[in-house]
Design a protein around this ligand. Structure first.
Ligand code: FAD
Length: 258
């Protein structure tokens, strides 16, 4: 039995498949689960006597009634292939508390935010954008500020939220979205940016004037990307406290292209 004081059982109310190994689910929790944009919650699965847990960033905004997640099925993974089997109406076991400090930096006074991600690492940024759109509409937030999102994946079908982000960027002058593919030869129709995100970090900090004095950088997803991008940002003059990181798995394990 999974302890009900720690976990709740919540139904999947919607599912969208983006690519063969990437999908989103929306979940309706029976009890409220307060969180701040950028936080994550752990899903649990009974594995013999123990509960196997994995963290997933919440892609929805705290203003939404349902929780949304953008998930990758990892080949031979312990939990994600089982999650992938679940359809609308099936239930997930989920921790009752959200965790994490990968929130938008309101402390430094920086007005520019450079959000870098690989594939599903876009999830917390979706939550930021949805939350900020609502806060602006309702007068809880004031411009000027600027968000520049750089998202990398192997092919363009893996972005998941590109339509939503492009649409937001058209109406919000404070938002720039730059998707980039690292395997353009597998994606002949792709006319956008090419190359891995870490190889583009220097280019966009320079051309978009994302200077260390005015900018906080955020790195989310693949540990290899995070290590490389952090080094590049440090050489560009970013201090440690201006670089926020959310590493999705341990460095050196499960190396994948992005
Ligand atoms: C704070 C936090 C937030 C996270 N948010 C998300 C999210 O929003 N969406 C999401 O899909 N995942 C997210 N993850 C990763 C997730 O928790 C699991 O690690 C992932 O689902 C794989 O779990 P698994 O049990 O299937 O694989 P495991 O059995 O844990 O891992 C199998 C192997 O794959 C490696 N690996 C783990 N994840 C990946 C990956 N994505 N690509 C390639 N190799 C990998 C592992 O290091 C290991 O070598 C997050 C992780 C953290 C720490």
């Amino acid at each position: 039995m999974i302890a009900t004081d720690k976990y709740m059982s919540a139904p999947i109310v919607a599912r969208t498949d983006h690519a063969p190994t990437l999908w989103s689910i929306r979940i309706k929790t029976p009890d409220p689960l307060p969180f701040r944009a950028g936080q994550y919650v752990a899903f649990g699965l009974l594995n013999g006597e123990k509960v196997l847990e994995r963290a997933f960033s919440i892609a929805s905004s705290p203003y939404e009634e349902e929780l949304e997640f953008f998930i990758e099925r990892v080949a031979d993974g312990a939990l994600s292939p089982q999650l992938y089997q679940l359809q609308v109406g099936d239930r997930v076991q989920m921790r009752r508390k959200a965790k994490g400090v990968f929130n938008l930096d309101h402390k430094s006074g920086h007005k520019q935010h450079f959000l870098v991600s690989t594939v599903t690492g876009i999830a917390p940024y979706i939550s930021y954008v949805r939350t900020m759109m609502r806060d602006l509409e309702q007068g809880r937030l004031e411009e000027p500020f600027r968000l520049v999102i750089l998202q990398g994946s192997s092919r363009s079908d893996e972005f998941g939220y590109d339509e939503e982000l492009r649409c937001c960027a058209r109406s919000a002058s404070w938002l720039t979205y730059i998707p980039t593919v690292s395997r353009p030869w597998e994606d002949p129709g792709w006319a956008g940016e090419r190359g891995r995100v870490d190889d583009l970090v220097r280019k966009y900090t320079d051309t978009m004037r994302l200077d260390p004095e005015t900018t906080t950088a955020y790195l989310c997803g693949n540990p290899g990307m995070i290590v490389n991008a952090r080094d590049i940002l440090r050489r560009r003059g970013f201090k440690t406290e201006s670089i926020k990181e959310e590493t999705y798995w341990a460095p050196g394990e499960g190396e994948v292209e992005y």
